[in-house]
Ligand binder design. Sequence first.
Ligand SMILES: Cc1ncc(COP(=O)(O)OP(=O)(O)O)c(N)n1
Ligand SMILES: Cc1ncsc1CCOP(=O)(O)O
Ligand SMILES: [Mg+2]
Length: 215
Amino acid sequence: MERHLPLCLVTDREACKGRELEWVVRQAVLGGVTMVQLREKSLSTRKFIELALLLKGMLKPLNVPLVINDRVDVALAVDADGVHVGQSDMPIPLLHQLLPKGKIIGLSAETEADVLEANAFELTYLAVSPLYATASKTDTAPPWGLQGLAWVKAHSKHPLLVIGGVDPPTATQCASLGASGVAVISAICSAQSPKEAAESLMVALDKGIEARKLN
Ligand SMILES: Cc1ncc(COP(=O)(O)OP(=O)(O)O)c(N)n1
Ligand SMILES: Cc1ncsc1CCOP(=O)(O)O
Ligand SMILES: [Mg+2]
C-alpha cells in the first residue's frame, strides 16, 4: 500500500511562476517526488489528455506513478496509474467498477464522517484535506490542523496523505503523527528550485519518521 508514497506533487500550472509544467515536474522528480497528480480545472478534455500523455511519457521510464485528479475518463483514456477524487466527485464504488484492478485510488476526507465512511472502501490512500487553509485551493472544508490529523490517524484504516499548507516543518510533524506522506502544490511548484524543494520535503519526512520511532 505504501509503495507510491510518501511525497506527492499536485500540479498547478499557475503556481509554476511562468516555468513549463513539464520542467517543474521533472525537477521535482529528480528531487525525490514519488507520485504526481495531474490537477487541471479549466483545460479542455483534449488538452487535458495531451498533457497527461506528455507527463506519462516522462514519468513512466522513471517509475513514478501518474494520478489524474477528478477525471476518470481522462485516466482511462491515457491508462494513467490512478485517480484522485473528492467528496463531490465520482463515488468510490463506481470508481472500482470503472477502473482496472491495481490502479491507485485516492479519496479526500474533509470531515470525521468522511473518514469513518472511507473505512468501508478499498483505497490506496486517504487524503487529510486540508491540513491548513491554503491559497492554492480556497473552496475547502475547515482545516483539520494537527489535532485533527491525530484524530484521523486514530480512526482510519488507510495510509494517510496530508495536503494543504504543507512545508518541510509541517511534513516532519505529519510524519511524526503517523501520516504516510504529504502532497503539495506551492511548496514545490512555486519554489525557486523545485528539485531542492522536493529534496527538503523528503528530508523533512524522514525526520518525522525517525521522531515517530523514538516516541
Ligand atoms: C492528494 C489530494 N488531496 C486532496 C485533494 C482535493 O480533492 P478535491 O476535494 O476533490 O478537490 P479538487 O482537487 O478536485 O479541487 C487533491 N486533489 N489531492
Ligand atoms: C488540492 C488541494 N486539496 C486540498 S488543499 C489543496 C491545495 C494544496 O496546495 P498547497 O500545497 O499549495 O497548500
Ligand atoms: Mg476533486
